[in-house]
Design a protein around this ligand. Structure first.
Ligand SMILES: [Zn+2]
Length: 128
């Protein structure tokens, strides 16, 4: 049976390690404290994305943009009709019926509205 101290260490293990992820931070102490960390130096998102590109060699695949839930990071799927009716405004439903995606984890619906268009334009301006 593990000691109480060993149990505490296990429960404090950062969740990102379970999935093989890399923790992104601008906090130097966090960068020193955890495994698999990338310390970002940029103050602005544009500079931070450029750092990700250069330090990790990440080149985002456009077809995968907006494919995950913004809240829980679950891969989005085709939305069941009853979920669309419950969670999407009527005009959005009629304009985007084939483009609405659904998060099976938290139940949120996503569609390509003006907010997404602005994000795509911003990413294009940053060279993505
Ligand atoms: Zn979700």
């Amino acid at each position: 049976m593990p000691s109480a101290d060993a149990s505490l260490i296990r429960t404090r293990r950062p969740p990102h390690l379970k999935d093989g992820r890399i923790l992104l931070t601008r906090h130097r102490k966090s960068a020193q404290r955890f495994e698999r960390v990338l310390l970002l130096n940029g103050n602005h998102v544009e500079n931070q994305l450029a750092e990700l590109r250069s330090k990790l060699g990440i080149d985002p695949v456009r077809s995968q943009w907006f494919s995950r839930c913004l809240v829980c990071n679950t891969l989005l799927t085709e939305a069941p009709a009853e979920k669309i009716r419950e969670n999407v405004p009527e005009h959005v439903y009629h304009e985007n019926i084939l483009k609405i995606r659904f998060c099976r984890s938290c139940g949120r619906c996503y569609w390509p509205g003006t907010h997404r268009n602005r994000m795509e334009e911003q990413l294009r301006q940053w060279g993505f």
